[in-house]
Design a binder for this molecule. Sequence first.
Ligand code: SF4
Length: 228
Amino acid sequence: MVFGGLEKFTLIDYPGKIACMVYTIGCNFRCPYCHNPELVDETTDVHISEREFYDFLDARKGMLDGVVITGGEPTIHADLPQVMREIKTRGFLVKLDSNGTHPAILRDAIRDGIVDFVAMDIKSPLATYGATVARPVDTEAIRESIDILMTSGIDYEFRTTIIKSMLSPEDLEQIGREIRGAKTYVLQKFVPTKILNPQFRNKVTYSDEEFKQFQKILTTYVDQCLIR
Ligand code: SF4
């Protein structure tokens, strides 16, 4: 695998851990609010080889707890499990950020003990997924990934980036129903910075007060609902 970026240090991307974050190239979705357009459309001019990345990790032993693998969408790469195994072999925890389109990769990685934490995006209620991500979606696969994580025994979170014009309060409650019983659900405020579709730069999210209201409602569906 060739990586499209490396953040050498982060305290916020792996809950409770000191980590680095590596970015994979390419994605099977086209979420208009995506913050990593150069990875999604594969125009990034950053290219880091696996060898360079492992050398970096070897030099950070004892200084970092874990590695966050994000993207793009990491699970579109057939060699992702091998990368996770290499990271685990070096003694680091592995957190995977995924859109949940490849449940078999999640299932096998959990079975093989090569992933410790999965953060899965929930883009919208299942019924409107395709319109949200601007690509055809196998929602059965999304459903399966949700179920795999909820019964896995590993740490996980579901999370949704919220743009007011794309997700209504009813949509958010419907997501709550679809992940009922989940451990953690994170409501993420949309921040219009560098994004895939420039027309979305003037889109807004809900007010802090409205977020608190959503949090209250969604806490009736999941163990813990966080605002980020
Ligand atoms: S937000 Fe995630 S799933 Fe959506 S296009 Fe960007 S990288 Fe892909």
